[in-house]
Every structure is written in C-alpha cells, then in structure tokens.
Design a protein around this ligand. Structure first.
Ligand code: MF3
Ligand code: CO
Ligand code: CO
Length: 281
C-alpha cells in the first residue's frame, strides 16, 4: 500500500465524481424537514444517483467488520457520530443530522458529508454544527505542498478544543481515488510538522467528527444487539461531522466536493487561497 499521486487525467475524473457527490446533497437539501424518514432520504438519493449515472459506494460496502452496509448513504442523527443506517424513524424538529454520500463515477470515488438542522434546533446544537464546519475549513487551509498531515490535524484539534469540544480519535479522513479508502490516514488531531508530507496530486478527505461532550465513542448496542455500523458518543452528547474531498495543488488546495448548493465558505477563508471557481457542468 502506498499513496497515489494523481495525474491530470485522474484529477479531471475526480473533479467530476466529487462534484456529483456534492450535488446529491444539494438535491436532498429541500427534502430535509421534520417528518421525513432517513429511509425516504436514502431512496431519494438512490433514485437521483441513477439520473447522474453514478452508483453509491456504500451499498454493500464492507469495512473492517463483516456486515455489508445496506444503504446508499449514511444518516447520523444527534448523538450518532458516524455510519448511521437509514431507517423508518421520522426526523423531528430540533434534530441535527449528518448525511454522508460517496458516489462512484466511471470508477472514481467522490466522498462528502454535510450537517443538516431539522426545522430549527437549539443554539447549542447549531453552534456545534457551525464550529465543526469551521474546524474542517481550518484543516483545509493547512493543505499545501511542504506542509504535513499533522498540520491539518493540529489546526482542527486546536480550533475544536479551543471552542470547548472534543475530537473523535477512532475515525479519520483517508486517501480517495479509484478506491474508497486508501492511504494516507488523515487524523483530525496531531502535532504540527508530523506525519506525511503533502505533495501535489494527493487527494484525500478531511472529515472531522466533533463531540459536544467527551471524545469517547462506542458501538450502538440498542436493544442488546449491534447493527454492525452505528457509532454513538459514549456520554450521549451531540456529535457533528462535515467532509470534503481535497486535492493538493502546486500552490495549495482545491476542494473537489463543491457544487452550486455548497454552503458559503467561512469568512476566514482567503479568496486567493488556491480555490478555483467551481468548474461548470
Ligand atoms: N463515507 C464514509 C467516509 O467518509 C464511509 C461510509 S462507509 C459505510 O469514509 F459503509 F458506512 F457507508
Ligand atoms: Co470519507
Ligand atoms: Co464520507
């Protein structure tokens, strides 16, 4: 196993796959309201992917465990940290939810997730979503040749913990390209100057999971049995996550998972930081 440095052709293909992954979230956004079930959201996404000519990378995906993931996306509500499985429970006003979508287009994987506030939510819940979004962007701003992955993790950890939150350690970002989960691992905590050096052509995700309470997590053994996937906070505190797929360019970064419906970049992201205008369809 080693890190892939993508050429112009691979980068062009990843731009397409990643934009399509982002457009699935754009498509779903107006449907995310109190009363809809996560299974209905999953069905909408599966149908939309057909129109895109993409397939879901998560259906049938086997991680380290032996249970294939059964759905087209992950829905992680409130104290669910990640890998929540869509079900028939309606969302209710005040919930917060991560939707994580990974599509495959012509063999290339685009991976991204966003937080959604259902109706309206508490100030505390909305603040967690916002700080986690900003934490991801603080990590992205560290992406440039010569910096190290430890700079990315450190920026995220410093910002999240500085705002009174904790960083989940057990799950990380990852290289992505012609495979779903590749090297390197992208930790969301760490020390400046450590870990892999960033070089042009690397493509990886940055996807911090940030808890309002303690960082500890556990498998969700509701009713005494485990679905094989759902991870929750041990203290049942709220958890949030955002994810982008990012390319290391000659001068900095290019976020690949952007589309017309992406939320505006935080005001601290400099206009000239290397992010080109989104590529037209
Ligand atoms: N999309 C997730 C990630 O960011 C992985 C989901 S795997 C699944 O890496 F099987 F849970 F869907
Ligand atoms: Co990912
Ligand atoms: Co993902």
């Amino acid at each position: 196993m080693s890190i892939t440095y993508h050429d112009a052709e691979g980068i062009a293909a990843m731009r397409v796959a990643c934009r399509l992954a982002s457009e699935v979230l754009d498509y779903l956004t107006p449907f995310i309201k109190p009363g809809i079930t996560t299974n209905e959201i999953d069905r909408l996404a599966a149908e939309y992917m057909v129109t895109q000519g993409t397939t879901s990378a998560t259906v049938g995906y086997k991680g380290a465990g032996d249970v294939p993931f059964p759905k087209s996306l992950c829905t992680s509500v409130n104290h669910v940290v990640c890998h929540g499985i869509p079900d028939d429970k309606p969302l209710k006003k005040g919930d917060i939810m991560n939707i994580d979508v990974t599509v495959i287009k012509d063999g290339w994987y685009g991976d991204n997730s966003r937080m959604f506030v259902i109706g309206d939510a508490s100030i505390a819940a909305k603040r967690l979503c916002q700080i986690t979004f900003e934490a991801m962007w603080h990590g992205i701003l560290q992406v440039k040749p010569g910096n190290h992955l430890g700079d990315v993790g450190h920026a995220i950890q410093r910002f999240a913990e500085g705002n009174g939150y904790s960083v989940v350690r057990e799950f990380c970002g990852h290289g992505v390209g012609r495979t779903f989960h590749a090297e390197p691992q992208v930790l969301h905590y760490g020390r400046p100057g450590t870990m892999e050096e960033l070089k042009p052509g690397m493509i990886f995700t940055i996807e911090p999971m940030i808890n309002a309470g303690k960082r500890d997590i556990k498998e969700d053994h509701r009713g005494g049995r485990y679905d094989g996937w759902t991870i929750v906070t041990r203290d049942r505190s709220l958890s949030a996550q955002w994810e982008h797929t990012v390319l290391v360019t000659e001068t900095g970064y290019e976020v690949l998972t952007l589309s017309a419906g992406s939320p505006p970049l935080p005001s601290f992201v400099p206009a000239a930081s290397g992010q080109p205008a989104p590529v037209a369809a």
